[in-house]
Design a protein around this ligand. Structure first.
Ligand SMILES: Nc1ncnc2c1ncn2[C@@H]1O[C@H](COP(=O)(O)OP(=O)(O)OP(=O)(O)O)[C@@H](O)[C@H]1O
Length: 242
C-alpha cells in the first residue's frame, strides 16, 4: 500500500466549452489534513466530485488508497459531506443517522455507538427525535457532518463543512477533526473560504481556474510569498490573473 491517500494525475474536466479542471496533479499523503482554497467557481467542488467518483474526468486518473476511482470499496472508506445537505426531511435526525449506518451494514451494536458518537460530536443529541424539516440551516449542516462520519471512514472529504455553523461549535468541530487526524490517523480534505481554518491545515492547495497555483504548509506559503495572510498569498501567486 502506498503512502498517499489520494493521488491525482493529469486530471482534466470541462463542461460544454468551459475547461473547469485544467491538467491538475495532486497527492495527499495518508494522515494529512489538506485544505483546498480558491475563489467561488474555481473548480473545488468539481474536483471533489471526481475524487468521489460522482463525476467522470475527461482525462487523467485518481487513485484513492489502493483503488482507481470509481471503485465500490471506496464508498465505505470515504466520508463525504457535500456543500448542499442531502437529508431525509421527513425523518428525524436519529432516523437519518440510522439509515446511513444501515446502508454501510454496520453491526447493530456499532450502529448504536456510531450514531451516539456522531450526534454528540455535532451537539445534536438532544434534537435527534425532531424531524429534520424542523431543523435550522446550521443543524442540517451538523447532521450532514455526523453522517459523513457515521461509518468511521479512513478518509474524510468535507466541502465547506462549517458554513452556517456558529463559532463555538465550529471550534469544537475543528478540534475533533484534528483529533481524528492525530489519534486515528484519518486523512482529511476540506474546502474552505475561512482563513482561520486554512491556518489549521497541514498543507494548503490553492486553486485558480482549475490549476493549483500554490501548495505548501500555511507557514511556508506565507513566508515564500512574504504575505500576511492567505488572500495575499493567493494574489501574489497569480490568483488575480485572468
Ligand atoms: N454540471 C455542470 N454543468 C456545467 N457547468 C458546471 C457544472 N458543475 C460545475 N460547473 C461550472 O464549473 C465551474 C466550477 O464550479 P465548482 O462548483 O467546482 O466551483 P467551486 O470552486 O466549488 O465554487 P464554490 O466555492 O462557489 O463552491 C463553475 O463555473 C460552474 O458553473
Amino acid at each position: 500500500m502506498g503512502s498517499d491517500a489520494i493521488s491525482i494525475q493529469n486530471l482534466e474536466k470541462g463542461f460544454k466549452h468551459k475547461q473547469v479542471i485544467a491538467p491538475l496533479s495532486l497527492a495527499i499523503p495518508k494522515g494529512q489534513l489538506m485544505g483546498l482554497l480558491g475563489p467561488s467557481g474555481c473548480g473545488k467542488t468539481t474536483l471533489i466530485k471526481m475524487i468521489m467518483g460522482m463525476l467522470k474526468p475527461d482525462k487523467g486518473t485518481i487513485q484513492v488508497f489502493d483503488f482507481i476511482v470509481p471503485h465500490q470499496q471506496l464508498l465505505k472508506d470515504i466520508g463525504y459531506m457535500a456543500q448542499s445537505d442531502a437529508l431525509y426531511l421527513d425523518l428525524t435526525g436519529e432516523e437519518n443517522l440510522h439509515f446511513f449506518a444501515k446502508l454501510y451494514r454496520l453491526p447493530k451494536k456499532e450502529q448504536l455507538e456510531r450514531v451516539a458518537y456522531a450526534a454528540n460530536l455535532v451537539r445534536l443529541t438532544d434534537d435527534l427525535s425532531l424531524k429534520v424539516t424542523n431543523y435550522s440551516g446550521g443543524m442540517k449542516r451538523r447532521l450532514s457532518l455526523a453522517i459523513a462520519l457515521i461509518q468511521n471512514p479512513q478518509l474524510l472529504i468535507l466541502d465547506e463543512p462549517t458554513v452556517g455553523i456558529d463559532p463555538v461549535l465550529k471550534k469544537e468541530i475543528w478540534q475533533e477533526l484534528i483529533r481524528l487526524k492525530e489519534e486515528e490517523q484519518k486523512t482529511i480534505l476540506v474546502t474552505t473560504h475561512a482563513m482561520d481554518e486554512a491556518e489549521r491545515c497541514d498543507q494548503l492547495a490553492m486553486l485558480r481556474s482549475g490549476h493549483i497555483i500554490a501548495q505548501g504548509t500555511p507557514q511556508a506559503l506565507k513566508e515564500h510569498y512574504q504575505a500576511k495572510d492567505f488572500d495575499e498569498v493567493f494574489l501574489k501567486a497569480g490568483g488575480d490573473a485572468q
